[in-house]
Design a protein around this ligand. Structure first.
Ligand code: ADP
Length: 453
């Protein structure tokens, strides 16, 4: 009872029953009534015709002729005079002539009249037709019409209505089958597929895609399966990389602290090992902070607080914060901002993006090189470019550098505490603004990171 097709078929059934009920209540009686009225009218017309002929030409011959005519039909006829005495009749044994005679004797007819119209219970409908001949004779012609033909007519009508009922039930059965095939079966298969997905089985086989909502649902479920599979793979890859990343500094920490505890070490050696332990701890803290940052970004509720702020003072402030680290490595940081430009973005996040990109530019460049930061408007948005003269990134790896924990040269990245999460965070921040990031780079010449937010 809970199946969709059964429910729909039930609605159809109720609709068809209501429709047929209305037909039976209104159409059937009115059609039947109209047909019976037609029969009455025909009978009255025939009787009127006979009485007119009798009025025009009252004679034995005429009466004989009328009786003869009616003997070939399922009608009967009797002609009475003014006193109600029977002049002639067609001798039908199934008519109660005495009763008819009594009826005629006791009544006076001035016009064609139906004296028996109960076609349901009586074997005949009976009509009386007065005649007055020019020669003075007058009386009544009585016409009998067997009701079998009306009964046959009504039976035929009932049969047609019954047939319509049976056909509509058959159509209902067909509709049920079609609905079940078109709707329920694909839905059941999709339900099975989603159950498999929730159990972690991703090889879902779905029905061939139709060009409608069911097809779209099917495609959406398949996409969901592919996405879930991808997420599960990424998650396990990420977890194994993370455990590796965590294990390395921890191994260093364990090793160096063991060495630092050796009693034969000089104070200078001890200080040296403790410094390494401090650096490794800082690296571990960075890594964990970055992981937290990514977890925050992955949360669907994460949102950026967009506001409009002037680009010039903002970049100037950043420059003063970043320039000293360049000086330390004998490199140069320059910048250029489109005058009067207003950035519409989350300032904290834009700062995070720029700091990450500029830090990378410094870290992956040789001392003495120049990094340039430029900010300008681009089709109503803000374009930020970080251009370095560093080691560059080979074409094949340019896409992968945005992946979690991806590092071109692990040793070099490690040297400055890189975790391989910086660009992933940058990309997610840019995308949270609905923006884009891309890189153009040539190994040995340098890289240009372009962000549009
Ligand atoms: P990391 O913490 O290792 O710097 P990122 O996600 O910031 O991690 O960068 C990923 C990798 O991309 C880096 O390890 C480095 O190999 C490469 N990379 C990033 N920026 C640059 C750059 N400006 N020049 C050359 N290589 C870069």
């Amino acid at each position: 009872m809970n199946r969709l097709s059964v429910k729909l078929a039930m609605y159809f059934l109720v609709m068809i029953l209501v429709l047929e009920g209305l037909l039976m209540m209104y159409l059937h009686p009115s059609v039947g009534h109209a047909r019976v009225e037609e029969e009455f009218a025909r009978q009255l017309a025939a009787g009127k015709n006979h009485s007119a002929v009798l009025s025009d030409n009252f004679s034995e011959d005429t009466m004989h002729h009328i009786v003869l005519m009616e003997s070939f039909s399922d009608r009967g006829v009797a002609i009475y005079d003014e006193e109600g005495s029977l002049l002639t009749r067609f001798n039908r044994s199934d008519i109660n002539w005495d009763e008819v005679g009594a009826e005629i004797e006791g009544s006076e007819y001035t016009t064609d009249t139906l004296i028996q119209s109960d076609w349901k219970d009586e074997p005949f409908i009976v009509s009386a037709h007065p005649y007055i001949a020019d020669s003075g004779e007058q009386g009544v012609l009585v016409l009998f019409q067997s009701t079998t033909s009306i009964h046959a007519l009504m039976d035929k009508l009932n049969f047609h209505f019954l047939l319509a009922g049976i056909v509509s039930v058959l159509i209902l059965g067909f509709v049920y089958m079609m609905l079940s095939r078109m709707l329920t079966r694909p839905l059941v298969r999709m339900k099975v597929a989603t159950e498999k997905l929730s159990r972690g089985e991703f090889d879902v086989a779905l029905p061939e895609k139709s060009n409608d909502e069911l097809g779209e649902l099917s495609i959406a479920i398949e996409k969901l399966a592919a996405d879930l599979q991808e997420i599960r793979k990424n998650r396990s890859d990420f977890l194994s990389s993370i455990s590796h990343e965590l294990r390395t500094p921890l191994t260093y920490l364990a090793g160096y602290s063991k060495v630092a505890l050796r009693p034969d070490l000089s104070a200078e050696e001890k200080a040296n090992y403790l410094l390494i332990i401090k650096e490794e701890t800082a690296r571990l803290t960075d890594l964990i902070e970055n992981l937290f940052e990514l977890a925050k970004l992955d949360d669907p509720s994460f949102d950026v607080n967009i506001e409009a702020f002037a680009a010039e003072p903002f970049i100037q402030g950043l420059f003063h914060r970043l320039a000293p680290s360049f000086e330390e490595s004998a490199s140069t940081l320059t910048y250029q901002v489109e005058p009067g430009h207003v950035i519409e973005a989350d300032p904290l996040r834009v700062e995070q993006i720029i700091v990450n990109l500029v830090d990378n530019a410094r870290n992956y460049s040789e001392p003495g090189s120049t990094t340039h930061l430029s900010v300008q408007s681009l089709q109503g948005r803000t374009q930020i470019q970080v251009i370095d003269q560093g080691m560059g990134i080979p074409k094949k790896q340019q896409e992968a550098i945005f992946d979690r924990l991806y590092r071109l040269e692990k040793s070099r990245s490690r040297l400055h505490g890189g975790s391989g999460l910086g660009l992933t965070i940058v990309k997610e921040l840019v995308e949270a603004h609905g923006g884009t990031i891309n890189v153009e780079s040539e190994p040995g010449k340098g890289s240009t990171f372009t962000v549009v937010v």
